[in-house]
Write a protein that binds this ligand. Structure first.
Ligand SMILES: [Fe+2]
Length: 305
């Protein structure tokens, strides 16, 4: 069992990262739909409003309760998030609540003690985060099914829909563990999380390769190389799950490669924001995958028990 203090901090750290990821998924899906599926777009947009409200509440409780690692790792917001949101809104005409980002940039980490009421507030946020993410997962699963059976067309890869569906389910699983009073930073399931995130990193690399303009050959090559390396690391992590093999080597190599991919994504985000890279990647998608690398680096650096 984790302490109340840990419950509060672990929950806030998790929600600050994933609520933003989920709200952005609703935006990416909305942008990927065609005019025919406007109703689905509205549904996605309504879900986003729900995640915005929940994120706003989380930010309120996060001050003095969020961990220093979460803030310093830039997994909740990066140095590019605000500009990426402004540009994405400018390009697409979809309004994005940048106040949340500004508030997150001003958060301060675990200071004074927390009040008993904080635990209840966090429990309530976790519960609603679980419900809203479950609704979003259903939406993604249905859309993926319709795309795979050619009932619906999207301007995005089916693998991307599958990818963000897995992320939603992963988030629900972590929330469930917290609601059961279990730690989400244990060493026992670190290798499972490595298998999960290495695959996510491999897929990001492949999405980037496929969404860059075909003239960006050097960047495409680099992205494809990352894709192959993370495929290999995913296979190694899966192997280590079933064998009583030393996982330290897989963890060390995953960390080394993820730091390199993070640098590649950061340079890519900057290049896209500065209009120096040709692609069909909206700035906020670039920043989104950068944040996921930042998050994964923290997972690899700080298993706590
Ligand atoms: Fe992702």
């Amino acid at each position: 069992m984790i302490t109340q203090r840990e419950f509060v901090t672990f929950s806030i750290d998790l929600n600050l990262f994933f609520l933003r990821i989920m709200k952005e998924h609703t935006l990416f899906l909305e942008l990927a739909l065609t005019p025919k599926d406007r109703a689905l777009g509205t549904e996605a947009s309504n879900m986003r409003a729900g995640f915005d409200r929940l994120l706003s509440e989380t930010i309120e409780v996060a001050n003095d309760n969020v961990s220093r690692e979460t803030l310093e790792s830039r997994q909740a917001v990066t140095q590019y998030t605000l500009e990426a949101e402004r540009l994405t809104s400018f390009f697409t005409g979809v309004p994005i609540n940048t106040t949340l980002t500004e508030r997150e940039m001003r958060l301060s980490p675990d200071g004074r003690g927390f009040e008993a009421s904080t635990v209840q507030r966090v429990e309530s946020i976790n519960m609603r985060a679980y419900q809203q993410t479950s609704a979003l997962a259903d939406f993604k699963a249905k859309l993926l099914n319709d795309v795979l059976s050619c009932k619906t067309f999207t301007n995005t890869y089916p693998l991307l829909i599958d990818h963000i569906l897995r992320e939603a389910r992963f988030y629900m699983q972590r929330l469930y563990m917290l609601m059961q009073g279990e730690t989400i930073h244990g060493r026992e399931d670190l290798i499972d999380r490595e298998a999960f995130w290495n695959r996510i990193m491999a897929e990001h690399s492949k999405f980037i390769a496929g969404l860059l303009d075909p003239t960006e050959e050097a960047l495409i090559d680099k992205a494809r190389t990352f894709g192959r390396e993370f495929d290999a690391l995913t296979a190694e992590a899966i192997q280590a799950q079933t064998q009583t093999r030393e996982i330290g080597a897989v963890t060390a190599e995953s960390l080394r490669q993820t730091r390199q991919l993070r640098d590649f994504k950061a340079a890519g985000t900057e290049g896209i924001i500065d209009c120096k890279i040709r692609s069909i990647i909206v700035p906020l998608l670039a920043d989104h995958v950068l944040r996921e690398a930042n998050h994964y680096i923290t997972v690899l650096e700080t298993p706590r028990a």
